[in-house]
Design a protein around this ligand. Structure first.
Ligand code: SF4
Ligand code: SF4
Length: 489
């Protein structure tokens, strides 16, 4: 990070001295459509919006989060497709029920995404922050709404500084109401992943919400409003722990939006020279400040990488648009690495140790997830052998073992679990009943297995307990158990 700008905001002591010498009313630039903008002077950042490739990219990726709002209404086999049913300790994801015993799959999914975050940061900086992070996306939407009500940044700053009046209230109140509405829509959608969404709606209109739902929706709704509407970039700069640890994930080959100092400096605005006066030798940066004006965190990227920079690329769009107007090559600010500026060749991605380590762990967790999902049965069987006594000697000379059978229905349809036992020919068994189990529930019964004592060749005899769903005979689960008897005579 630049020493000039540790706060993430522009260090005004430096550019001010540069700006003082500038001709801020330069007509040449204004004639070709280049605006000369004042630098950000602290307080809330009111970023200017300009079209460009990265702006488009941001909107496209932001639209992914619409899934948050429609996700709870998706149905699968007549049930909510994604439901984290905490009271029953079951996660339903498109027909797949993950129970506490399968929670390792969720842990692997989390590991995969954590490593994806680390690998993407090592390759191209804070891609998550710049494009995917819900805080960045929500703030972007909130400021877009603000612009619709209050206008361009200069108008917004004036309005902010103006004393309270009816006119000001007329603009501010609807904006804040819409922000609150989005905040509560967000928190409602979040809660709808934990309880049935339609049921949540019907209980809302019947005023039957419980304390947990009410407080969660209220707290999250207000937090969304407060973070995305009021705190905005301060969350990225001051609170977000990821911003603090990202430095550890960067290396000299990480590509991030970077200002080409060699090409841009000495920066300065074009001036008309008087006859005989020598034009100053300037770099390509015309010091228009557009790159700073569009930055959602108020960073001046010309002072180097700073942790306020969320690598959104909007300053690249801004500078490219200026370069186009002044007929200079684009890319004065571009995605580049320190190594590139040091004249080094970037090694292939698979040759970078950091990326290799992250990718290997990601591959491992992806393989575990695939294996876990492929081998996951819609039925889980547990056979608990009676311990006291381990076996019973019957009056007819048979030895009997007892099991408590527990069958978990991890599917979405009711199950009729029939238990059969395979083992030596002389084996006999009886089970209390066929167990009827509702989706996500556990059913149990008692299994008795008998064998004539004289047929026993060892203390332990392996047997196989098979559980078949009579409603869907393709669902079969086998359980290897041990029949225990006395020492053979
Ligand atoms: S400096 Fe550029 S890339 Fe960084 S946050 Fe600001 S606009 Fe985005
Ligand atoms: S880097 Fe580009 S956008 Fe920023 S001040 Fe210089 S010319 Fe303007």
């Amino acid at each position: 990070m630049s020493e000039d700008n540790k706060s993430g905001h522009q260090d005004h002591s430096q550019p001010a001295s540069v700006l003082d010498e500038m001709d801020t009313s330069n007509k040449n630039l204004q004639n070709i459509g280049v605006e000369l903008l004042p630098v950000h002077t602290g307080g809330t950042v009111h970023a200017k919006r300009i079209p460009g490739m990265f702006r488009k990219f941001k909107w496209w990726i932001a639209s992914f989060w619409i899934i948050l709002f429609i996700g709870p209404y998706l149905r699968w086999d007549g049930h909510q497709a994604i439901l984290f049913d905490l009271p029953n300790r079951q996660f339903h994801i498109f027909g797949l029920t993950i129970l506490p015993q399968d929670i390792w799959i969720l842990a692997m999914i989390l590991l995969f995404f954590a490593l994806l975050l680390a690998a993407s940061t090592a390759i191209a900086g804070r891609l998550w922050c710049g494009y995917f992070c819900f805080h960045t996306v929500w703030t972007d939407v909130f400021t877009w709404i603000e612009e619709k009500f209050e206008g361009q940044p200069n108008k917004r700053i004036k309005l902010e500084q103006a004393p309270m009046s009816l006119e000001k209230l007329k603009v501010k109140v609807p904006k804040h109401l819409i922000w609150l509405l989005i905040g509560f829509a967000t928190s409602f959608s979040f809660v709808a992943y934990f309880v049935d969404a339609f049921d949540l709606w019907s209980r809302l209109f019947a005023f039957e919400w419980g304390a947990t739902e009410t407080t969660t929706v209220l707290i999250l709704g207000i937090a969304t409003y407060f973070f995305a509407g009021i705190l905005r970039e301060q969350v990225c700069i001051g609170f977000c722990p990821y911003a603090r640890i990202q430095g550890a994930m960067y290396d000299t080959e990480t590509v991030v939006p970077t200002y080409d100092k060699e090409r841009g400096e000495p920066r300065g605005r074009m001036k008309r020279t008087k006859p005989g006066e020598e034009a100053p030798e300037l770099g390509d940066c015309i010091d228009c400040n557009l790159c700073v004006a569009v930055c959602p965190t108020g960073v001046d990227i010309r002072y180097g990488q700073q942790f306020g920079c969320i690598t959104c690329g909007l300053c690249i769009d801004a500078c490219d648009s200026v370069m186009e107007k002044i007929k200079k090559p684009k890319g004065l600010i571009r995605y580049a690495s320190l190594a590139e500026f040091g004249g080094k060749q970037l090694p292939a991605i698979w040759k970078r140790p950091r990326v290799v380590v992250y990718s290997s762990i990601m591959l491992f967790s992806a393989a575990m997830i695939v294996w876990g999902l492929m081998t996951m049965s819609p039925m889980d069987v547990k056979a608990l052998h009676e311990r006291a006594p381990l076996f019973v000697q019957m009056s007819d000379g048979n030895i009997q073992n007892k099991w408590t059978m527990k069958v978990v229905n991890k599917g979405n349809m009711p199950m009729a679990a029939e238990i059969t036992v395979k083992g030596p020919e002389s084996l006999a068994y009886n089970v209390d009943k066929v167990i009827d189990i509702q989706p996500g529930n556990v059913g149990s019964t008692t299994l008795f297995v008998r064998m004539p004592r004289k047929q026993l060749e060892d203390v332990n005899t392996p047997i196989v307990i098979t559980v078949t769903d009579l409603n869907n005979p393709a669902i079969v689960e086998e359980y290897e158990a041990t029949f225990i008897g006395p020492r053979p005579r």
